[in-house]
Design a protein. Structure first.
Length: 117
């Protein structure tokens, strides 16, 4: 009996506004950029922060998420902290930025800049 491989669901869910923002970023990306990359460097009062930057090469363990506007890479060392998260782009009169709903986060700092797992 042959088994049929099902496509693996994306580790991270992007809202339409997050995909549109990636498309806007890629529309003005520096030469050589192949996508944007999400990582969780150690920073802030809670330990980890979200960081989104242009990337010029894919690393072997990076998660690759195809969007209508470009490729989102997720740092291989960060993926376990982000599985099941939703990435959204929020803009209002005073601020704009990516916002994450992360079910793995056990706490966050008061300003929302960092989280702990």
């Amino acid at each position: 009996m042959a088994t049929i491989a099902r496509p693996r669901p994306a580790a991270l869910i992007l809202t339409p506004s997050a995909e549109a923002r990636i498309a806007a970023l890629m529309g003005r990306a520096p030469a050589g950029a192949i996508g944007v990359k999400l990582s969780t460097p150690k920073r802030g009062c809670s330990g980890l922060a979200y960081s989104v930057d242009y990337v010029s090469e894919a690393k072997p363990f990076d998660e690759r998420i195809e969007t209508s506007g470009g490729i989102l890479f997720v740092d291989g060392a960060s993926i376990l902290y982000l599985i099941g998260s939703t990435m959204n782009w929020v803009e209002d009169d005073f601020a704009a930025g990516f916002v994450f709903n992360n079910p793995n986060a056990k706490g966050a700092c008061g300003c929302g800049e960092s989280f702990t797992v």
